[in-house]
Write a protein that binds this ligand. Structure first.
Ligand code: ZN
Length: 101
């Protein structure tokens, strides 16, 4: 299921994802980049890449229909399409719950 909103906290280098049920997560750009689900990155990680994305920035966010979202990273990588289900699991496992304000 798609989040209700995605807020770009550029100063913190993180995206905040808010779902309609009140769940919120703060995910750093690095976390997203390091877990890019595209075929190239999967191969790299399977080959023992440590998933260290360095201080990558987020250049753009593109919606991919109802399916998910595509992140364009400052290192030029733009093939990472994150289906909502994958993104939610990643956030639940690896991201920090964001404190509602
Ligand atoms: Zn990738």
């Amino acid at each position: 299921m798609a989040p209700e909103s995605i807020v770009d906290h550029r100063a913190r280098g993180a995206l905040e994802f808010c779902w309609g049920n009140g769940e919120r997560y703060l995910a750093t750009y690095q976390l997203l980049r390091a877990n890019c689900p595209c075929a190239d990155c999967k191969v790299l990680r399977a080959a023992g890449g440590d998933g260290d994305a360095g201080d990558v920035q987020l250049a753009d966010i593109q919606p991919v229909g109802a399916y998910g979202v595509q992140f364009v990273f400052s290192d030029g990588h733009d093939r990472g399409i994150f289906p909502w289900g994958f993104l939610k699991e990643l956030l639940e496992e690896r991201a920090r719950p964001a404190i509602p304000v």
